[in-house]
Design a protein around this ligand. Sequence first.
Ligand code: HAX
Length: 433
Amino acid sequence: MEALKQKFANKALPLYQELRAASKEHGDIKVDEVKLSQVLGGARGIKMMLWETSQLDANKGIRFRGYSIPEIKELLPSGPQGEPLPEGLFWLMLTDEIPSADEVKQLTAEWHRRADVPQQVFTTLDSMPADTHPMTQFTIGVMAMQSDSVFSRRYAEGLPKSEYWDAVYEDSMNLIARLPRVAAYIYRRAFKDGQHIEPDTSLDYSANYAHMLGSDDKDFRSLMRLYLTIHADHEGGNASAHTVNLVSSTLSDPYLAFSAGMNALAGPLHGLANQEVIKWIFEMIDSLGTKTPTKEQIADYVQQTLDEGKVIPGYGHAVLREPDPRFTAQRRFAEQYITDSDLITTVWKIFDVVPPILQSLGKVKNPWPNVDAHSGALLVHYGFSEFSYYTVLFGVSRAFGVLAAGIWSRALGMPLERPKSVTSDWVRQQLPN
Ligand code: HAX
C-alpha cells in the first residue's frame, strides 16, 4: 500500500469506530436548532454534515485542519519561490499531518504515474464546438473518464462496505492526477487553436499545469501553486462541496460526484464569480474610457450596477463576515511579485470603495471581498485574459478538498444524505394565529 493510503487508513479506521459509538451512545445530543428563517433562507448555518478536511470561521476565514493560510504558507513544503505546493495540502487534509518535502515529492510522482488520460476524453471534447463554455467542457471531460471508475467496477463485483474508501481513494487519486491535462486541453482547444502541450513530468503538479496551459514563467508557476492551494477547500456547506457530498452519499463514484459539484461551481453566485468579476471590471473600464479609474468613478459605476438590480461580483459571502483571507493572500502575492499593474491597482481601489456602499444598503451581511475579487486580475497580468476559463482553474483546485473529504466520508461509513423538506402549508401551520 502506498504511504499516503496507509497513513490515511491508520487514522480513519479507528475514527470510524469512535464516531459509530458516539452516535449510538450519545445520538440524542442536540447540536443545533433550526429557525424558520433558515428553512426559507438557503439553510444558512444549519449544522448537518461531517467534513474533516477544513472548517470555515465567519471572522477568521478558512482553516485547513486548523491551519490558517499564512500558517499553511509557512509550514507546507513549497516551490522554489516559497509558495506552498497543493500536494502538501492534499496530504494534510487526508492525514491531518504536515508532510515532509520527501512525502510531497512522492505524491507528485504518484500523480504523474496516474496522469494518463484515456483517448476517449479528447475525442469527446473534440466533438463539441470549441466555444462551448469551458466549465461545460470540463464536466463533460470528467464524465468521459467515468467508465474508468475503480469504485463502479468493484461495486458491481460485490465490494464490501468496509472497502468503499479504498476504491474511492483510487478513483480520487486518478482523477486529481488527470485533471490538469484535461483542463489544459480544454484551454488550448478553446483559445489556442488546439495546439496542445505535452506534460512535463519533471515538474510539480502546479508547474506542470501552468506548462500545459502555455506558460513556463516562474512567477506564474508560483501563482498556480498558491492558487491551487487556497481554492482547494472551504468546509462542506458551500454549493460545490455539498453537491459532491450529496451525490457521493448515494455511492455514485467520484467522477459522477465531482462533475456534479463542478456544475454547482459553474453558477455566478459561486465559482463563476471569478469570471464575472473581471468581466465587470473590463466593462467598467470600457464604460469609463480609462484604465485608471478614480475611486469616485468606481463608486458611480458600483451604484449604477446596483441600480440595474445586479450584485457586485466578488463581494459578499454566505458565511464570512470579514475580508476573505484568500483575497488577502492573493493581494500579498501581487504586492510581492507585481509592480505597476493598472488592473491590480483598480482591484485594490474597488476594495476601498465597495464595502461602504454595500454596508449603506443595510441588507448585505458581508460587504467584504471574497476569493473571486482578486484572482482574475492576477491571471490577466500573466497573460491569461480568457475569463470564461477561470472557473476551470478553481475547479481543478476544488478537486483536492472535495475528493479528500469524499474518501473520508466513505471511510467513516457516512450514509445516504436525506434531509427533510416542508411545504408552504406546513410553514403556515407553524405561524401564530
Ligand atoms: N452585491 C449586491 N447585493 C448583495 C451582494 C453583493 N455583492 N451580496 C449580497 N447582496 C444582497 C443579496 O442579494 C440579498 O439581497 P435581497 O435580500 O434583495 O435578495 C441581501 O444582500 C442579503 O444577502 P446576504 O445574506 O448578505 O448574502 P447571501 O448569503 O444571501 O449570499 C452571496 C451570498 C455570495 C451569494 C452574495 O453575497 C452575492 O451574490 N455576492 C456576489 C457574487 C459572488 O461574489 N459570489 C461568490 C461568493 C464566493 C464563492 O462562493 N466563490 O466561489
